[in-house]
Design a protein around this ligand. Structure first.
Ligand code: GLN
Length: 497
C-alpha cells in the first residue's frame, strides 16, 4: 500500500456517498458518451457510407458488439490477478481513446482498426470501473445498492448525450466528425480519472506491485507484457472482422464453455451454493435472450427510425439517429426515479416481486414495447411512417423492461456467486450481453430491406412489421413462462430474493 496517497475519508458527501463515487460517475459518464455516441452511428455508417449490404452490416455490428462484451471477461481477470482496477481503467481508457480517434480518420483501413482498439479498451475499462465502485463500500453497507443506482444513472446520462450529439453530428454533418466527437469526450473521461484516481487511496491498486514490475520475459516487466500482448490481439480482431463467419463458432464455443464452467464449479459445491449457481445460470441464459431483443435498438431500429418513423415535429424534421439513440437512456434516467420509489414501496407492502419474476416481467414489458411498434406499423400502412409518439411509447415499455433486469441482474450476480468467483461471474454476466448482441444482429438481419425499396417507406415498412410482431410475441411468451417457473428458481436461490 502506498502510504503517501490519501485514504478514503470517513466523512461522506451531503448525499451520504463517498466523494470518489462522483469521480467514477463522471469518468463512466463521458466514457459511455463516447461508447454509445459511436454505436449510434455504426450500422447506418456501414450501410449508407461504406455501402455494405445490410446482412453484412448486421454481421459486422454483431461481431463488434459481441467482442466488446466478451473482452471484459479477460480484462477483469487481468485486473484481479495483476493490474488492479486503476491501471486497468487507465489502460482501457487510453486504448478506447485511440480507437475513437482512429475512427475519425476518413480512410478505409481506419474502420476495423478503430473498432478493434475500442473492443480491447472496453475489456479493461468496463468491468473495472464498476468494480471500483464496489470497493467504495463494505459488502454489507446499505448504501452499496443506491451507489450502483447513481452510477447506472451516470452511464445513461452519458449514453443519452452521446447518442444525441454524435448521432446528430454524424448523420447531419459528417460521419467522421461524429466519431471524432466521441473521441474528444473519451479524452475528457480519461482526464477526470487521471486527475481523480489518487483520491481512491489504496483501492484498486495492483494486488502484488513488486510482481507486476518484475521481469517476465526478456527483461520486460509483466505489466508491459500485458499491454503489448493486448496490442497484439488488435490485428487478430481485424482479421476476424474480415472473416466474420468465424464469429458463429467463437460465440457458440465460448457460450458452451461458460455454461460448462459454471456447472463444473456448481457440482463441486455443497447443495445450497450449488442451487444458487443453478439459479444464476438460468437467469444469465435468459438475460442473453433479453439483450437479443433489446439490442435491436442499436441495430435494426436505427434504420427503422431513419426510414419508417415520422420525425416531423411542428414542421421541423428531427435527426432520426439522434432520436433513436437518445430515447432509451433518457427513459432510463427518468424511470430510475420511479423504480427507486417503486421497489421499496412494494417491499413495504410485502408484494415486491422476487428476482426471477422481475426477469419475467422484463420480457413481458419488452414484448409490449415491440408490440406497440408493430401496432404503429399496422396503423401506418398508408404512409409507411409510424408517429413519433408511438415510437416514444414503445421505448417506454422496453426501458421499463430494462429496469427490471439490468440493474437487478448486477446485484443478483454479487449475491448468488461464491465470493472467490464473483469477478469471473460478473464477466460471464457481461458475456451474456455479448451473446445477446450477437443474436440481436442475426434477428436484425431478418429485417434487411432490399436496396431498391430503402427510400420508399410504404414498401420498406412490411420488412420491419412482421419481425417486430414476432419479437413482441416471443418476448411475451418467454416472459409468461419465466413467471410461471419463477417459484422454482426462487427456491434454488435460498435466502436471496
Ligand atoms: N446499458 C448498460 C451499460 O452500458 C448495460 C449494458 C449491458 O449490460 N449490455 O452499461
Amino acid at each position: 500500500m502506498d502510504l503517501t496517497e490519501p485514504q478514503i475519508p470517513e466523512a461522506p458527501t451531503s448525499t451520504g456517498h463517498p466523494k470518489q463515487l462522483y469521480m467514477l460517475f463522471f469518468t463512466e459518464m463521458w466514457e459511455r458518451f463516447s461508447f454509445y455516441g459511436m454505436k449510434a452511428l455504426l450500422l447506418a455508417y456501414m450501410i449508407t457510407e461504406l455501402k455494405f449490404d445490410e446482412p453484412k452490416g448486421y454481421a459486422i455490428l454483431g461481431s463488434y458488439a459481441a467482442l466488446v462484451y466478451t473482452m471484459p471477461m479477460f480484462g477483469g481477470m487481468m485486473s484481479d490477478r495483476y493490474l488492479g482496477g486503476r491501471k486497468a481503467v487507465m489502460y482501457g481508457g487510453i486504448l478506447m481513446t485511440i480507437g475513437h480517434l482512429v475512427l475519425a480518420v476518413p480512410q478505409d483501413w481506419s474502420f476495423f482498426y478503430g473498432m478493434a482498439f475500442i473492443i480491447c479498451g472496453n475489456g479493461f475499462f468496463k468491468p473495472n470501473i464498476s468494480s471500483l465502485v464496489g470497493t467504495l463500500y463494505a459488502d454489507n453497507d446499505p448504501r452499496k445498492d443506491s451507489g450502483f443506482s447513481i452510477f447506472y444513472m451516470g452511464i445513461n446520462i452519458g449514453a443519452a448525450l452521446g447518442g444525441l450529439l454524435c448521432g446528430y453530428v454524424g448523420q447531419q454533418i459528417d460521419w467522421h466528425y461524429g466519431f471524432g466527437l466521441a473521441g474528444l469526450f473519451m479524452i475528457l473521461g480519461l482526464v477526470v480519472f487521471a486527475l481523480g484516481k489518487k483520491s481512491l487511496g489504496d483501492k484498486g491498486l495492483p494486488p502484488n506491485p513488486a510482481d507486476l514490475k518484475a521481469p517476465a520475459f526478456a527483461g520486460i516487466s509483466k505489466e508491459v507484457v500485458i499491454y503489448v500482448a493486448t496490442l497484439a490481439i488488435i490485428p487478430v480482431i481485424v482479421a476476424l472482422f474480415n472473416r466474420y463467419e468465424i464469429m458463429d463458432f467463437i460465440m457458440f464455443g465460448l457460450g458452451a464453455l461458460s455454461i460448462l464452467y459454471i456447472l463444473f464449479i456448481a457440482f463441486k459445491m455443497e447443495a445450497a451454493a450449488r442451487f444458487k449457481l443453478f439459479a444464476a445460470l438460468v437467469l444469465i441464459v435468459f438475460s442473453a435472450l433479453f439483450w437479443a431483443f433489446y439490442e435491436q435498438n442499436a441495430g435494426s431500429l436505427n434504420l427503422f427510425a431513419m426510414r419508417n418513423v415520422d420525425m416531423h415535429v411542428g414542421g421541423v424534421e428531427l435527426p432520426a439517429l439522434a432520436v433513436n439513440n437518445f430515447l432509451p437512456p433518457a427513459w432510463v434516467v427518468i424511470l430510475s426515479f420511479f423504480f427507486a420509489w417503486l421497489w421499496p414501496a412494494l417491499n413495504r407492502k410485502g408484494i415486491e416481486p422476487n428476482t426471477p419474476t422481475k426477469f419475467g416481467l422484463s420480457f413481458v414489458l419488452v414484448g409490449l414495447g415491440f408490440y406497440v411498434f408493430y401496432l404503429g406499423c399496422r396503423t401506418s400502412e398508408g404512409s409507411g411512417l409510424i408517429p413519433l409518439i408511438t415510437f416514444i411509447a414503445g421505448y417506454f415499455f422496453i426501458i421499463c423492461g430494462e429496469m427490471c433486469i439490468s440493474p437487478i441482474g448486477l446485484s443478483m450476480i454479487t449475491k448468488l456467486s461464491p465470493a472467490r468467483i464473483v469477478a469471473m461471474m460478473m464477466g460471464i454476466w457481461f458475456f451474456a450481453s455479448a451473446v445477446g448482441e450477437f443474436l440481436a444482429s442475426k434477428i436484425g438481419a431478418l429485417m434487411s430491406v432490399p436496396q431498391n425499396v430503402v427510400d420508399n417507406p410504404v414498401l420498406s415498412l412490411p420488412y420491419y412489421a412482421q419481425i417486430l410482431n414476432q419479437i413482441g410475441l416471443w418476448s411475451l411468451g418467454i416472459g409468461v413462462v419465466l413467471i410461471l417457473f419463477s417459484s422454482v428458481i426462487r427456491k434454488w436461490m435460498g435466502e436471496v430474493r
